[in-house]
Design a protein around this ligand. Structure first.
Ligand code: NAD
Length: 492
């Protein structure tokens, strides 16, 4: 019987270079940057640092791979899907290595990386593999004319994919898999904080049998390598996950370079609304997980918990009990539910926001401080009596901080929930179907969860309203983002 998966103790970082044309190569400048273990602040490896010249090389390789009549362009679409199925199998084979690297680089609990992140990653790869040969155009009936008209769905071309550090391998595959399934070629720039799993992917891509140049991987910094992709005239599309501020820069770059297509998955400040008829213990647990999962470093974290006044005091008491007994520490120790924040900068930002909450009059019920002085650990924090006007209710904290707000009526809470420029996700806890549907319909958010939280499926579209993004990832909608529609008229 298979036991609980175990990390690889003392795993050495083997892959540290750029991946261009199916080969690992040094950067043109030879420069490197360190990647750090956030649980102990030790350096894990020096990674080759891509810059503008390396982007040029990767784009040239991508252009060759995407050339008319290239092996990639002529490849049967079922075969294209088979390569992605093979890549998924290879990630399954190397799942323990990938999960170990992910935990070393991000500090997330190993079992979470192994079960949840890798499950999602491999599942996404298989979902898009299955769509590769199901991309159909239409025939357009033009009765009474001597024209035959049809549409073709064609790959958008060279894709630049820019990803963040909170779910590195999962978000890399969420971009590579649909791009490749659509027949595009893709250059991934992973976040500088967490390059290890993305760089590891390179040799799996080669082993799966992808032709050279179809997938490139360029670890490096945003304002250099990332911006070079965004501003490149031969890159046809950027798919980006990250902060709203950088998303705005990307739209500007896309507009002024070549009007490249852009998909943006950005930040959030998701409301989570608890009505008095909800199952209280269940709602408390789900609301806690909604904001504490992955150390709060989730774009759709339920970071504003709105609780009806009739259950408010009880809800606070139970939330504090949960937060106070949460075990935080070494992410390789299976008894720890949370690890560290990603880096010192994020930790300081979170601590500063906690201070602002205290200053602005929110009631700190537990946590609110760093744990120890090595590693970027923060004690799970609960604030009560938070108001919409406070910074902790307005800004994305991206940390283990639950802000609890009180409400009286349905109309009031809908207004409070929508009072934000974000619109990524929201949740409602109630046993009343009318309340559930009415509130879900009124919330300005790309995803609404009813009596659940953080449910994601490769089949179901995901993305933001308002300043949380543009376009959708996942599902058929996710594939559409990598396709152009060509209309062909044939004179009969
Ligand atoms: P970030 O925007 O700072 O960085 C994201 C990526 O963009 C990194 O790879 C970075 O190197 C790159 N980048 C930075 N500046 C750039 C520039 N000028 N040009 C091109 N690329 C640039 O975000 P982060 O701190 O890594 O991630 C946290 C943010 O990501 C949060 O706001 C979070 O909500 C968001 N996020 C959103 C989703 C979603 O699906 N909506 C998922 C995860 C994270």
């Amino acid at each position: 019987m298979a036991g609980v998966p175990k990390p690889i103790v003392g795993l050495k970082v083997e892959y540290t270079k750029l991946f261009i044309n199916n080969e690992y190569v040094d950067s043109v400048s030879g420069k490197t940057f360190p990647t750090i273990d956030p649980s102990n602040e030790q350096k894990l490896a020096d990674i080759q640092e891509a810059d503008k010249e390396d982007v040029e090389k990767a784009v040239a390789a991508a252009k060759m791979a995407f050339k008319r009549n290239s092996a990639w362009r002529r490849m049967d679409t079922t075969q294209r899907g088979a390569l992605l199925f093979k890549l998924a199998d290879l990630m399954e084979r190397d799942r323990t290595i990938l999960a170990t690297l992910e935990t070393m680089d991000t500090g997330k609990p190993f079992l979470q990386a192994y079960y949840e992140d890798l499950e999602g990653t491999i599942g996404h790869c298989r979902f898009f593999a299955g769509l590769a040969d199901k991309i159909n155009g239409d025939t357009i009936p033009l009765d009474g004319s001597d024209l035959f008209c049809y549409t073709r769905r064609e790959p958008v071309g060279i894709v630049g994919a820019i990803s963040p550090w909170n779910f590195p391998i999962h978000l890399a595959i969420c971009k590579i898999a649909p791009a490749v399934a659509a027949g595009c070629v893709v250059i991934l720039k992973p976040a500088e904080q967490t390059p290890l799993t993305a760089v590891y992917l390179g040799h799996l891509i080669k082993e799966a049998g992808f032709p050279a140049g179809v997938v490139g991987i360029l670890p490096g910094y945003g304002p250099t390598a990332g911006a070079a992709l965004v501003n490149h005239k031969d890159v046809n599309k950027i798919t980006f996950t990250g902060s709203t501020e950088v998303g705005q820069l990307i739209l500007q770059g896309a507009a002024t370079s070549n009007l490249k297509r852009v998909t943006l998955e950005l930040g959030g400040k998701s409301p989570n609304i608890i009505f008095p008829d909800a199952d209280l213990d269940y709602a408390v647990r789900k609301s806690h997980d909604a904001v504490m999962y992955n150390m709060g470093q989730v774009c759709c974290a339920g970071s504003r918990t709105y609780v009806h006044e009739a259950i408010y005091d009880e809800f606070l008491k139970k939330s504090v009990e949960l937060a106070s007994k949460k075990s935080v520490g070494d992410p390789f120790n299976a008894s720890n539910e949370n690890g560290p924040q990603i880096d010192g900068e994020q930790m300081q930002k979170i601590l500063e926001l906690i201070e602002s909450g205290k200053r602005e009059g929110a009631k700190l019920l537990c946590g609110g401080e760093r744990i120890g002085d090595k590693g970027f650990f923060i004690r799970p924090t609960v604030f009560a009596d938070v108001k919409n006007s406070m910074r902790i209710a307005k800004e994305e904290i991206f940390g283990p901080v639950q802000s609890i707000l009180k409400f009286k009526t349905l109309d009031e809470v809908v207004e409070l929930a929508n009072d934000t420029h974000y619109g990524l996700a929201a949740a409602v806890f109630t046993k009343d179907i009318n309340t559930a549907i009415s509130v879900s319909n009124s919330l300005e958010a790309g995803t609404v969860w009813v009596n659940c939280y953080n449910e994601f499926k490769a089949q179901a579209p995901f993305g933001g309203y308002k300043m949380s993004g543009q376009g959708r990832e996942f599902g058929i909608n996710g594939l559409d983002q990598f396709l152009e529609t060509k209309t062909v008229f044939v004179k009969l």
